[in-house]
Design a protein around this ligand. Structure first.
Ligand SMILES: *[C@@H]1O[C@H](CO)[C@@H](O)[C@H](O)[C@H]1NC(C)=O
Ligand SMILES: *[C@@H]1O[C@H](CO)[C@@H](O)[C@H](O)[C@H]1NC(C)=O
Ligand SMILES: *[C@@H]1O[C@H](CO)[C@@H](O)[C@H](O)[C@H]1NC(C)=O
Ligand SMILES: *[C@@H]1O[C@H](CO)[C@@H](O)[C@H](O)[C@H]1NC(C)=O
Ligand SMILES: *[C@@H]1O[C@H](CO)[C@@H](O)[C@H](O)[C@H]1NC(C)=O
Ligand SMILES: CC(=O)N[C@H]1CO[C@H](CO)[C@@H](O)[C@@H]1O
Length: 418
């Protein structure tokens, strides 16, 4: 069973395989990797639109921030370089407005999550409209839910912003830094982000760094762009993609060695897309496992996720001599959709009630089974939310809304049992 899934070659066989769990007739192919691949292509073509919207939102946000006297003087120019600053006091209160470590905890938040997936708002080229203020607010909130977060890339100085926010909030938080290489840019994205990671590590050290992830769905994307996502990750095409990724993994290791940073190096991919050569070269693998895209009904979602991860990812990694540690890179449940058509995937239905059920059934069970996971995700990604055209469920996976208010959910309380 695990081999079948791990080596599946046709979208139909994924659908069929998921159907073997009792949820057949999956209308869109039942295959999260393929779905994500399509979404990404759309995303790329919409980048300019997104950038404009993000710029607009941040402009408004900064305006409001000044209006309510949230922060210190000259907010505009100090936003990205301030030595000491504070978060958004309309979301998180601080007893000392100038000391982010004095934030007041929200009793509704419980430190029950192994980890949470996080991208600081606006951390996207070309605009880089992220701010330390916003990252501080995020870290204040995230630290009440978990002690671990993962990033997806390093553009727009996000590694340093996160490490600076951890420093100023003085919270118990560690981060998987990441580099998001692109197979078709001759290594430009890789080098740009590697250098940002290096600089952040040189400034902040590794005390709050769990590891460095090279690649986000690199093999899935490579297959999608070179013949289709239905190909085996260990096919010739998959191995050609792996050779590219391996160059960057090797380079990242020598960068880390060069600065004396002893942290593990890994990669992240969709659950069925781990190439064996890549797994043999990493210390850890982060696997996206999405019951929603696998057309799971909510009542089966948590057990399906844990079983898929165990049989497909953990067992494949255990069979290798280097035995990379596997984590769930993303799992979660969307609360709504920007289009009615995407609001369900077979028996999977996007709703707040179903997110609550997934939280209730997944979080404490995964903790008890010692499964390392990064819940997807911290908040709704506002810049995607605005684009109803390609939106679907993409922008609606947050525990928090885009404005950082908690959704109508109860956070499970099982921190002591993990
Ligand atoms: C602070 O949070 C409020 C409420 O979520 C939001 O409306 C406002 O834009 C935020 N301000 C900044 C500067 O992020
Ligand atoms: C990156 O962020 C850190 C922390 O806020 C800051 O000290 C540094 O100046 C920033 N670098 C760039 C290039 O923006
Ligand atoms: C990173 O990988 C790309 C291919 O994706 C390759 O062209 C580039 O040379 C690599 N760079 C380094 C420094 O490893
Ligand atoms: C994972 O799979 C192995 C082999 O089938 C099994 O022995 C183990 O109990 C499973 N672990 C969990 C947590 O399901
Ligand atoms: C919040 O969720 C609860 C439980 O599902 C429900 O009874 C209540 O109506 C919801 N409140 C809002 C404002 O949606
Ligand atoms: C609000 C804000 O800071 N907007 C900026 C987004 O990024 C572009 C490009 O750097 C700037 O021109 C905007 O001012």
């Amino acid at each position: 069973m695990s081999d079948y899934r791990y080596h599946s070659v046709e979208p139909a066989s994924y659908g069929g395989d998921y159907a073997s769990y009792g949820y057949g007739n999956n209308t869109n192919g039942g295959f999260n990797g393929y779905f994500e691949a399509q979404q990404k292509k759309n995303n790329r073509s919409k980048r300019v639109v997104i950038a404009c919207i993000v710029a607009m939102i941040v402009l408004v946000a900064v305006g409001v921030g000044i209006g309510v006297g949230v922060s210190k003087n000259s907010h505009h120019t100090s936003a990205k370089s301030a030595e000491s600053t504070s978060g958004n006091s309309s979301v998180v209160s601080q007893t000392d407005p100038n000391d982010p470590s004095t934030f007041i905890k929200n009793p509704a938040l419980k430190q029950s999550f192994y980890g949470i997936a996080y991208t600081p708002y606006g951390s996207q080229l070309p605009n880089c409209n992220n701010t330390l203020e916003e990252v501080i607010t995020d870290i204040q909130l995230l630290s009440q839910l978990t002690t671990r977060i993962r990033l997806y890339g390093a553009d727009c100085n996000q590694s340093a912003l996160v490490l600076e926010a951890i420093k100023q909030t003085k919270v118990d938080m560690s981060v998987h830094l990441a580099v998001y290489p692109i197979a078709t840019d001759a290594g430009a994205a890789y080098v740009r982000q590697r250098d940002l990671v290096q600089s952040a590590l040189q400034t902040y050290g590794t005390d709050h760094v769990l590891g460095l992830t090279i690649g986000n769905e690199f093999i899935l994307d490579y297959l999608s762009d070179n013949g289709g996502a239905s190909q085996d990750p260990n096919s010739d095409v998959g191995n050609a993609g792996a050779d590219l990724l391996l160059m960057n993994i090797t380079d990242a290791r020598s960068m880390l060695q060069g600065i004396g940073a002893k942290i593990p190096v890994g990669t992240s991919d969709a659950g069925s897309y781990f190439n064996t050569k890549v797994l043999q070269a990493v210390d850890f693998g982060l696997s996206n496992v999405h019951p929603y895209f696998a057309a799971q009904a909510i009542d089966a979602a948590a057990s399906w996720t844990l079983d898929f991860f165990n049989t497909t990812n953990v067992q494949a990694a255990d069979a290798l001599s280097n035995k990379p540690t596997m984590y769930i890179a993303e799992t979660g449940w969307p609360t709504k959709s920007s289009s009615a058509a995407a609001a369900s995937d077979g028996p999977s239905i996007a709703s707040v009630e179903n997110l609550q059920i997934f939280l209730n059934t997944f979080v404490c069970a995964a903790n008890q089974q010692s499964v390392g996971y990064f819940f997807f995700e911290y908040f709704d990604e506002g810049w995607k939310v605005k684009d109803v055209q390609f939106g679907g469920v993409e922008g609606w996976w947050g525990l928090f809304n885009a404005d950082r208010t908690l959704k109508n959910i109860t956070i499970p309380d099982c921190s002591k049992s993990s």
